[in-house]
Ligand binder design. Structure first.
Ligand SMILES: [Zn+2]
Length: 199
C-alpha cells in the first residue's frame, strides 16, 4: 500500500463513496466500482472484483496501471477497469470515476437525457447514453471514452448502469446521486400521469 498522503486520502474517499452508493441503493454488494487517478502516474486506485462493496476497506483497493497490470494489492481489479482507464485518458480533469447501477436512472434514461432540470444541467453537466454492450468489454470502454472526450460528465450505459467522472470520488458519486434524484421525480410524474389517465 502506498505511503503518500494523497493516495491514502483517495483510498478513504473511494471507500466513503462506495458506502454512500450502497446505502442509497445505487449499487449492490457485487455491482458498481469506484476509482481515482494516482497523481502524476498512468495508474489508478480501483475497487477489487468479487468483494462486497459495503465492506471494502482502504487497504483492499488495488493499484492498477493503465495497461491493466496490478501494481499493488490482492486479487483482480473491477471488471470495468478499462472503462475507468478510458475516462482518465479522455479527460485530464477527471480525478475519479464512479460506476453504479442506479435503478431509476436506468428506468427513465431517455427522459433524463431530454430533461431540463437545473440539477442535471448545473450539478452534472453534459449527460450521454451508450448502447447496451457487454459489461467489461473493450467495446463498452471505448464507447464510454468517446462520450467523455466529447465533454460528457456522466454516461448512461443502456440496460446496465451509469458512469460519472469528478474532481474526487465524492464529487463523482454526488453526480450519480443527482441523476438518480431527478430520475425519481421523472418516474413519479409518469406514475401520476398514468393514474390521472385512469380517473
Ligand atoms: Zn456494471
Amino acid at each position: 500500500m502506498g505511503s503518500s498522503v494523497d493516495e491514502m486520502l483517495l483510498r478513504i474517499m473511494i471507500v466513503k463513496a462506495l458506502r454512500m452508493l450502497y446505502s442509497r441503493g445505487l449499487i449492490s454488494g457485487l455491482s458498481g466500482n469506484v476509482s481515482a487517478r494516482l497523481p502524476g502516474r498512468d495508474a489508478m486506485i480501483i475497487t477489487p472484483s468479487g468483494m462486497h462493496k459495503a465492506v471494502v476497506k482502504p487497504a483492499d483497493l488495488l493499484v492498477v496501471s493503465f495497461t491493466g497490470e496490478v501494481l499493488s494489492g490482492e486479487g483482480k481489479p473491477s471488471i470495468e477497469w478499462r472503462a475507468h482507464r478510458e475516462v482518465y485518458v479522455a479527460r485530464q480533469d477527471a480525478v475519479a470515476v464512479v460506476h453504479a447501477h442506479s435503478p431509476y436512472t436506468l428506468a427513465v434514461a431517455r427522459d433524463l437525457l431530454e430533461c431540463e432540470y437545473p440539477e442535471v444541467r448545473l450539478g452534472v453537466g453534459k449527460l450521454s447514453l451508450v448502447p447496451a454492450l457487454e459489461p467489461g468489454s473493450p467495446e463498452l470502454a471505448e464507447a464510454i471514452g468517446r462520450e467523455f472526450k466529447s465533454g460528457a460528465n456522466a454516461v448512461i450505459m443502456a440496460k446496465h448502469g451509469v458512469i460519472a467522472c469528478g474532481k474526487d470520488p465524492l464529487h463523482a458519486e454526488a453526480r450519480i446521486e443527482a441523476l438518480e434524484e431527478v430520475a425519481k421525480v421523472i418516474w413519479l410524474n409518469k406514475i401520476l400521469r398514468s393514474v390521472d389517465a385512469l380517473t
